[in-house]
Design a protein. Structure first.
Length: 317
């Protein structure tokens, strides 16, 4: 693996899931793999799980990690030929080249603007660091994708599935803020790559990118979607069609015990952070069927496996 910016970078997604489970079972036996190597993590947006699990993953492999919380304090210019006489003090051309000198692998988190769909889906920040930097990139959640979360989620499903082709329901849920489609896009992509049955339920107007959901069944009635589900995965996203807009806050889509009772004693999943009693009722997230804490734990093993693959197949090839 040369980089990990999306599912498309993975030659065999099912084999990668096997490798995550092997690494998880192998304890502390990987400490020499990353010795003398440095992981740099750039966060243009906040994070709890991705930041700490990536640092923990580096530690498992014996790597040093450098973390820079950029947030809004480092306005970068992306335009070629820009006359930089406004508030942007550094061009991504230098920034990417400089950061590349300090590390062997570079992780980047940068959320979308949610104003211009074409721009967000072109992934300008990741593309610029690919073009002007020279180190393998790990996507820590970009404008349109969160592949480490998607990998983690299918690993968690694999650990708990009751059949080889479980029924997975991805349900949109209400939220007061307009959120990216990244987690939903990556979850759908990874579930479909596992050949699991995927049903996506949401109010009309919240259809995701059809290129992402091809192979999934769309069901606007959440009660029908939940029937016989083995896993219910909740996530809010803003509209893809009316890009970045909140089209509805339909409370019928909050995950609650009544709807879960329609399922096949389904597991509940969410990437976290989650708004309790808006996205999911307390009695569901606090139930025995909730996997949210196990999911967050698996973030470390997914990240470590991705880093190990990059080290073995790209850095020391
Ligand atoms: N799920 C996830 O990416 O969490 P953080 O935003 O806390 O990193």
């Amino acid at each position: 693996m040369k980089q990990f910016t999306s599912l498309a970078d993975v030659a065999d997604p099912k084999a990668l899931v096997d490798k995550v489970l092997q690494l998880k079972a192998s304890g502390n036996s990987n400490r020499n793999i990353g010795s003398d190597l440095t992981l740099a993590l750039l966060f243009f947006n906040p994070s709890l799980r991705t930041r700490l699990s990536s640092q923990k993953a580096a530690q498992l492999l014996g790597m040093e990690s450098l973390v820079l919380d950029v947030n809004q304090g480092w306005p970068l210019e992306f335009e070629v030929g820009a006359v930089m006489n406004d508030n942007k003090s550094e061009h991504v051309r230098e920034a990417a080249a400089v950061v590349s000198q300090y590390c062997d692998i570079l992780g980047i988190r940068c959320f979308p603007g949610l104003k211009d769909r074409d721009e967000d889906y072109a992934e300008p920040l990741l593309s610029a660091f690919q073009e002007y930097g020279n180190k393998p990139i790990i996507n820590l959640e970009s404008a349109t994708r969160h592949p480490l979360q998607g990998l983690t989620d299918v690993v968690t499903i694999r650990e708990h599935r009751k059949s080889v082709k479980p029924k997975i329901v991805l349900t949109w849920a209400p939220h007061p803020k307009a959120l990216p489609q990244s987690v939903a896009n990556s979850f759908a992509s990874w579930v479909l790559a596992m050949d699991y049955e995927l049903v996506i339920t949401h109010p009309e107007g919240y259809e995701l990118d059809p290129n992402v959901t091809r192979g999934a069944h769309i069901e606007y009635d959440p009660n029908k979607a939940y029937k016989d589900a083995d896993v219910v995965y909740a996530k809010n996203w803003s509209s893809y069609r009316d890009y970045g807009k909140i089209m509805s806050n339909d409370g019928r889509f909050m995950v609650n015990a009544e709807k879960m009772a329609l399922s096949n004693n389904a597991f509940f999943m969410h990437c976290l952070p989650v708004r309790r009693n808006v996205v999911v009722a307390d009695d569901v997230i606090d139930s025995q069927q909730s996997l949210v804490i196990q999911q967050a734990n698996n973030r470390t093993f997914a990240a470590a496996t991705v880093m190990k693959e990059i080290i073995e197949l790209s850095i020391y090839e």
